[in-house]
Design a protein around this ligand. Sequence first.
Ligand SMILES: [Zn+2]
Length: 248
Amino acid sequence: MPREARKTHVSDTVSPKGIVYQLIRANVKNLNLRVRPDGTVRVSAPGRVSVAEVNRFVDSRAAWIASRQELMRRRSERASTDLTEGDTVRLWGRRLPVRLEVVAQARLEGAAIEDEALVLRVRKRWADADDAAREHRAKLVDAFLRLQLQEAMTPLFNRYEQQMGVHASAVRIRRMRTRWGSCATKSGAITMNLQLAELPPACLEGVVVHELCHLVEANHGPRFYALMEQHYPAWREARAMLKAAARE
Ligand SMILES: [Zn+2]
């Protein structure tokens, strides 16, 4: 997907259906519409397209915009968890209560599962309710999830690479907003979404096989799904769970 073109003009516009959006006149071929993480709508349009045309385009996508805004709202609600006593963290489809423990030294900080809880050890400064402390705790939880994901996916990649006769040149983990995994078919590098550690393990397995299938078939055509069927017959269930998770 192309990066946003150079901005030449920004303004707030209201469509006949009452959708507020930012109209950017830019050097782009087509009308592009996106809902940003804060819920605002942004349209980039070539100079030759009239505002009336842009309005019609925006209104024709009203239902989609509403559903994206709802999704972004839920995501920001989830992201705003304080990661303190009384909160929960998701791991492999379960919800673990957070237990906060104050430790004396930085080297003792970290997250671990103990007695069906996620124990979060932080220095006193980082046990507070302010944004910086919350951010610090979120980093510790992310590092923990990354380790969990790494440990779970390494044997899966080994197994399916052998079974399918393919090899990923690199496997990276990132938090991604719109995708569970991605595969650069030219370089053979695969990127996995960190959030997979929050979902049932079958989701991870489905994404591992899906991305490896892209090393054989770039597109989602019949041959791609024949490969999925062959190597991971439960892919439909995994996909349904991923879709449900994306709506949460
Ligand atoms: Zn795909």
